[in-house]
Design a protein around this ligand. Structure first.
Ligand code: CA
Length: 714
């Protein structure tokens, strides 16, 4: 009896325990449904981001996109003790351009082919991975590598856009898809590489593709369900569809009669945006024209709004508020998609809310961000296409000796690489300086009367001339290509200090309250400088060229510096001769550093030796035809003069098997799934044979160069 009672009592208690447990689980799951447990980012938290400096919750850390970390445990006094805390290899070695987010101890970032990764930010343990499985036939639709610049976070979800234009919401805790929406017309060569921004519960995303021929726009979607909230087109629809509102009429009037519309006009917003919560203005950086060639596109010489402009929209409804056009009648790929920074600057007697940009065209702009009025503009790099920006009109004054390329080729600074490209700048409110990955890279623009336009390939209307091949000419050419880290005083509009680099294409910037600036370089180093003077305080070998911008975050009081590495993107892929000069490879990783970090990167495996090429038997005329065709159709991905930048196969080292199926690959799309488009509509079989003859010749050139180098080395 006694035993029976005890047993009954035990089972009664255990029954209660089960009931409590069930209730707790139910409550927890209810709480989960309404209260996300990861990436709980909202408007309030983003506006108060400085109160939690250990987190990096948005692309530029805050809506102002300053890329300034208030953390100062790592500073100019101790940065020499920085060491590797952890590293993680990404799935694909390609251009790696993402800015990671770190929220409450978890890092969310992206790699090539738009793959999303979540890591434990302290240990580097992979928590989850999401592969949107971009179809192979879309991979060849982009101008500038299969890159992705990062994710956005909002209310328990991670948002990103895939290369093929899908905006995808993931559950932040497990990386499972919640919803997905197609944001572009797949009949045109649209791609998406930029990071979304999230304002007031709306996810905003642009697109790219102006080199192929598309019409640019940005779209806002409801973060909860992916429903479209608004869409803003950056160029008019064409002469058949004149608008009736004042803004559309203003845009249309800037595209006078004769303008070429067939290629969409361009104006893609493929990277930069910023948001001012007080003004509720969303700022867009708008890209170049489709086609570049302004004599073909724009014989009436209109301004072609809103190409190469900064446009301010009401963030709630996407309505136009103001614009500032950096390059009217754009004709050089002078995008104004470059990084936009909001700050309050002491100008005259007062603090003025400004927006700052150093677009491709080489001028540093300070605008009043309330109304778009030009405050000042000065060249921050070598600029030959214009003499200055007129303060009264706000317009650049062209130098026709250089800017008129209608009749003959004009070597012009900057070229399409820009005096500054997408690689983010940083602004330190402590030093008052903007840190710019500045570069000099000229280009010989020529109005191509034989420009062939089509819907499948490159549509710039500007010929890409073959690059030099012999060592002396290559060295001479490379001397024209320079880079620097430039610390710019935006109030005085002049440099504060400058660190010269061997080459252009260096990484984005991070500034910290520890009087530090961090930057990765094209020659594979990750460097810390003092923010006030530009002294080199620490550097390390990253085993790959770096194009992305670093971030800083803290977990449990420990400060970390993180950077994505992986040499690639538009220019790095094309400029294989620069990668060869710098002796860098493309190795895609996340590298994370802390004081006293003691991890070591594993040594890289040596490159496998190439199969010997067949004898070069083609005549000089065939090889030269192959050279011209290669330059026009192949070089932008496979590298100028067939020297690969690292992320796409070097065709001088083709295997015997690849060479045997070369025509099938180029014309028939045998490697479509790897990202190699089919060129059947653009090239013939004799064309492909000429290209192959040229590549055989270049394979022999490389072997001869190696022999020469090894005999020159004592
Ligand atoms: Ca472009």
């Amino acid at each position: 009896m006694h035993v029976e009672l005890a047993r009954h009592e035990r089972s009664r208690r255990s029954g209660w325990r089960w009931a409590w447990l069930a209730a707790a689980v139910l409550l927890a799951s209810l709480a989960n449904a309404t209260q996300p447990t990861a990436a709980r980012v909202d408007r309030q938290r983003l506006l108060a981001a400085d109160k939690e400096p250990g987190n990096w919750m948005a692309h530029g850390r805050t809506y102002s996109e300053q890329r300034f970390s208030p953390l100062e445990r790592i500073n100019d006094g101790n940065v020499a003790q920085l060491g590797l805390a952890w590293h993680a290899r990404l799935d694909i070695d390609h251009g790696t351009e993402a800015t990671p987010l770190v929220i409450d101890g978890v890092m969310y970032t992206t790699g090539a082919r738009s793959i999303v990764y979540a890591f434990d930010a302290r240990s580097g343990t992979l928590l989850w991975k999401y592969d949107p499985k971009v179809p192979g036939d879309r991979l060849g639709k982009g101008c500038c590598d299969i890159v992705n610049r990062g994710v956005a976070a909002w209310n328990g979800r991670i948002y990103f856009a895939s290369f093929d234009g899908r905006l995808i919401a993931l559950d932040a805790r497990r990386g499972r898809k919640v919803w997905e929406v197609q944001t572009v017309d797949l009949k045109r060569s649209y791609t998406v590489t930029g990071a979304p921004r999230i304002v007031n519960g709306k996810v905003i995303i642009g697109n790219g593709g102006a080199e192929f021929g598309v019409r640019g726009y940005v779209t806002a979607y409801d973060a909860r369900n992916g429903r479209q909230a608004w869409r803003f087109y950056t160029v008019p629809a064409g002469p058949a569809k004149p608008g009736d509102d004042a803004v559309t009429k203003m845009m249309a009037a800037s595209w006078p009669a004769g303008a070429v519309w067939a290629f969409g006009g361009g104006g893609t917003v493929w990277d930069s945006m910023a948001y001012d919560p007080q003004l509720n203005l969303l700022y867009l950086g708008v890209g170049n024209a489709s086609p570049w060639n302004r004599y073909v596109r724009n014989p009436g010489r209109g301004d072609n709004l809103f190409l190469s402009s900064i446009v301010a929209l009401n963030a709630d409804n996407g309505r136009y508020v103001w614009h500032y056009q950096t390059t009217p009648n754009e004709g050089w790929d002078y995008t104004a998609t470059q990084h936009l920074i909001l700050a309050d600057l002491p100008l005259g007697e007062q603090m003025v809310p400004v927006i700052m940009q150093a677009p491709k065209n080489g001028f540093f702009y300070v605008l009043d961000r309330r109304n778009g009025k030009l405050v000042s503009a000065q060249p921050f790099s070598k600029v030959t296409w214009a003499t200055h920006v007129d303060l009264a009109t706000g317009r650049p004054v062209e130098n026709p000796d250089v800017s008129d390329y209608s009749q003959q080729a004009k070597l012009t600074w900057p070229g399409p690489l820009g005096a500054h490209n997408w690689n983010p700048m940083a602004y330190s409110p402590r030093t008052g300086l903007v840190y710019i990955p500045e570069q000099e890279a000229p280009f010989p623009y020529i109005n191509d009367p034989n420009a062939r336009f089509n819907r499948r390939g490159w549509n710039t209307g500007v010929t890409l001339p073959p690059a030099p091949e012999d060592a002396a000419s290559v060295a001479q050419m490379l001397q024209l290509f320079k880079g620097s880290l430039l610390a710019w005083d935006p109030v005085q509009q002049k440099p504060a200090w400058k660190v010269p680099y061997k080459s252009p294409g260096n990484g984005g910037l991070l500034a910290t309250a520890g009087n530090l600036v961090f930057q990765g370089t094209a020659d594979g180093r990750f460097v810390a400088y003092s923010a006030d003077k530009g002294e080199t305080l620490w550097q390390t070998d990253a085993q790959s060229g770096i194009v992305a911008a670093p971030i800083s975050y803290a977990v449990d009081g420990e400060q970390y510096i993180a950077v994505m590495v992986g040499w690639g993107g538009g220019f790095p892929r094309y400029a294989g001769q620069i990668a060869a000069q710098n002796q860098v490879r493309t190795v895609s990783r996340v590298l994370v550093y802390k004081l006293g970090g003691s991890q070591v990167l594993p040594a890289l495996a040596a490159l496998a030796p190439a199969d010997p090429p067949p004898p070069s038997t083609a005549d000089a005329a065939t090889i030269d035809r192959g050279r011209q065709l290669f330059s026009a159709h192949c070089s932008f991905c496979h590298g100028a003069a067939a020297v690969s930048g690292g992320s796409v196969p070097d065709l001088r080292r083709m295997s015997v098997a690849t060479r045997q199926s070369f025509a099938g690959i180029v014309l028939g799309g045998l490697r479509l799934q790897a990202g190699m488009p089919a060129f059947a509509e653009l090239l013939s079989l004799p064309d492909v044979e000429a290209i192959n003859a040229y590549l055989v010749k270049r394979a022999h050139d490389e072997i001869a160069e190696r022999v020469q180098q090894s005999s020159a080395t004592p």
